[in-house]
Design a protein around this ligand. Structure first.
Ligand code: 0RA
Length: 641
């Protein structure tokens, strides 16, 4: 009897904990959009990766099941199933207690230190059903939960046994709750990309991905025995390289540091930081340590071999990193993160150890590879030259900016100066721009027409980019400057519009213009995207007007097909919009401008590797696949009505 009371008490407590998760899911998984949905998978996978880091699991299988659920299986030791002092199997505590870290935390490096590292109980709380099958101690154990509550009858306080086995491992199957999530279909593209990243960061781990939802099931094995060297090589796979990937490693103060980097001829710096397998979108101390030490090492070499003369100033850090693709991955026993989003590593010892490893190990490499050293230093020389040109171009732009506040090209600004209320529409073409100017609510909606296709910034040098009239107008209209690797002049607090809305036709050319604009923002004003200010307007393709009743806008061919099916016997007129330019101002207002009726998609970029790929694929020379890609991602973006 006494035992039963403890059981009830603890299970009620647990329920209250998970109830909080269901009340405010966003606090635990970031959002309830597709991004948050995919996050459920990563939470479960990360636990299996922890078991790998503890030295016990070599294979993880992730299956997107036909019924919409996801299964994650590992060959680790299996979650402990013995009776816990709290009166239930230890496994139940793991899957029903928030932050069931501590005792059950089997790794030296807590991945849970990062963003939303909240554990499997949160996934459980947000799933209609969760089945856990554990192979351990010679038996197959089974548990089941509904919306976070265990409902599998125990046998003498223990989990029912399904059979015998000599194997060990854990298998979790969960079905995301449609009451919680806006969408419940996992994005295969994003999940694969994240699993691939995990494989690079854990070279001894093999991850099998299976998508059984398609007619032809997809199966991919991610195994990257070259680790982050392979990661860097693959990030650069379509680029002209200037050096081999270079790998440095070392440890001190209980912190392990690994760095891989490679130079490409294109001017762009891409340095990514990971701590305990978690990507740190805003970098942090590990990157600072790496960058400072590397700049110092390279300037010393530059003087030693005469690339810099006595009178010359040192290369700046950005000079030296231009063309560099790098992955810095550290393992830290107690990671701390800074800021609201918890995406910036904050431990000072990480900077110290990263700097130490780089200062000691980089010379070992360059002393033996003078050719690579020279090639990299000539990149730095070239960058320094361009920097000086850019500085001139920039000072010209800035002086001009002072005088061009509201007489900014063709910008039709709004009356309000309160950025939280203001919106700017970037409209393709003069005629659509004209209609939009008439149709808008000039109190808070600004219209910026741009002519035809804007410059592809991926292929242009910085002075070309800054010399481009459309781009200049955008930079000055937004009001926050831009960042381009030579020191960051971008200041989001100066943004004049809460929403930047790309308004292009719903056709292939429109998609292409959208892509060019997104590439510009992604490379030169990434915070606009990261902070969720960039949207794409989704104008309808059709309007159906029935003989009786209200007209209705339809946004794609599928919707039209459904409409036809639903209204088989009824007569209606069908209007097809070829482009925004064809709508009269009233239609444009209703379909694209009016916040009450329009449809917008917010652009989200989640995964650094993936977004790099997006721009590569989109901006590369292959035209057809590039177009296919934007459509797929446009659909994945979050819907904001
Ligand atoms: C705590 C202790 C032990 C294993 C695990 C946790 C474990 C957790 C997960 C989560 C997913 N897969 C997992 N596999 C193992 C091991 C205790 C022991 O055997 O000594």
């Amino acid at each position: 009897m006494a035992k039963k009371t403890t059981y009830d008490a603890s299970s009620i407590q647990v329920l209250e904990g998970l109830e909080a998760v269901r009340m405010r899911p966003g606090m635990y998984i970031g959002s309830t959009s597709r991004k948050g949905l995919n996050h459920l998978i990563y939470e479960i996978v990360d636990n299996a990766v922890d078991e790998h880091l503890a030295g016990f699991c070599k294979h993880i299988t992730v299956t997107l099941e036909r019924d919409g659920s996801c299964t994650v299986e590992d060959d680790g030791r299996g979650v402990p199933v013995g009776l816990h002092e709290k009166g239930m199997p230890a496994e139940r505590l793991v899957y029903t207690t928030l932050h069931a870290g501590g005792k059950f935390d089997n790794s030296a490096y807590k991945t849970s230190g990062g963003l939303h590292g909240v554990g499997s109980s949160v996934v459980n709380a947000l799933s209609t059903d969760m089945d856990v099958i554990i192979k351990r101690d010679g038996a197959i154990h089974h548990d089941h939960f509904s919306r976070g509550t265990a409902d599998m009858p125990l046998v003498n306080g223990l989990l029912p046994v399904l059979g015998k086995t000599k194997e060990t491992g854990t298998r979790v199957n969960f079905t995301p709750d449609p009451e919680i999530f806006d969408v419940t279909r996992f994005s295969a593209t994003e999940v694969k990309s994240r699993l691939h990243e995990t494989a690079y960061l854990n070279p001894a781990l093999t991850i099998l991905f299976r998508d059984l939802r398609k007619e032809e099931p997809e199966e991919i094995t991610f195994s990257e025995p070259d680790g982050i060297i392979g990661f860097v090589r693959d990030l650069n796979r379509n680029k002209e390289t200037v050096s081999e990937p270079i790998y440095l490693r070392g440890s001190d103060e209980g912190i392990e540091v690994e760095v891989a980097f490679q130079y490409v001829s294109e001017f762009h710096e891409n340095v990514m930081g990971y701590c305990n397998n978690i990507y740190n979108a805003d970098g942090g101390t590990h990157l600072t340590g790496f960058k400072t030490a590397f700049t110092q090492v390279m300037n010393t070499y530059a003087r030693e071999i005469g690339v810099l003369k006595e009178k010359d100033a040192n290369f700046t850090g950005p000079d030296i990193r231009n063309g560099m693709t790098a992955v810095v991955s550290i393992k830290h026993p107690d990671p701390r993160f800074e800021g609201q989003t918890k995406t910036k590593l904050d431990n000072p010892d990480a900077a110290r150890v990263a700097a130490k490893v780089v200062s000691e190990e980089a010379p070992h490499y360059f002393d033996r590879n003078l050719e690579a050293l020279k090639n990299i230093l000539s990149c730095a020389e070239r960058s320094a030259k361009i920097r000086k040109t850019a500085e001139k171009a920039k000072s010209n732009l800035l002086t001009k900016q002072k005088f061009s506040f509201d007489t900014n090209g063709k910008l039709a600004n709004c009356i309000s100066k309160d950025p939280s209320k203001c919106e700017i529409f970037i409209v393709e073409g003069d005629s659509a721009g004209g209609s939009a100017k008439t149709a808008r609510d000039r109190d808070y909606q600004a219209i910026l027409p741009i002519r035809g296709k804007i410059l592809n910034v991926e292929k242009a040098s910085i002075d070309k980019v800054l010399g481009n009239a459309e781009i200049k107008t955008m930079i000055t209209s937004f009001g926050c400057g831009f960042s381009e690797g030579y020191g960051n002049d971008f200041d989001i607090s100066k943004l004049r519009y809460d929403k930047i809305i790309i308004m292009a036709d719903a056709d292939v050319d429109g998609a292409h213009i959208g892509t060019l604009l997104l590439t510009l923002f992604y490379r030169y004003m990434p915070e606009l995207i990261n902070e969720g200010h960039v949207y794409v307007a989704m104008p309808p393709l059709y309007k159906v007007i029935p003989a009786k009743g209200e007209g209705e806008y339809l946004y794609d061919d599928k919707a039209l097909e459904q409409y036809r099916k639903k209204h088989k016997d009824k007569k209606f007129t069908l209007q097809r919009y070829k482009g925004l330019g064809e709508m009269d101002p009233e239609q444009l207002w209703e379909t694209t401008l009016n916040p009450e009726t329009r449809r917008l998609r917010r652009i989200e970029i989640d995964d650094p590797g993936l977004s790099n790929d997006i721009t590569d694929v989109l901006m590369g020379t292959d035209v057809p696949p590039r177009r296919a890609f934007i459509y797929e991602h446009a659909r994945d973006a979050e819907l904001d009505i």
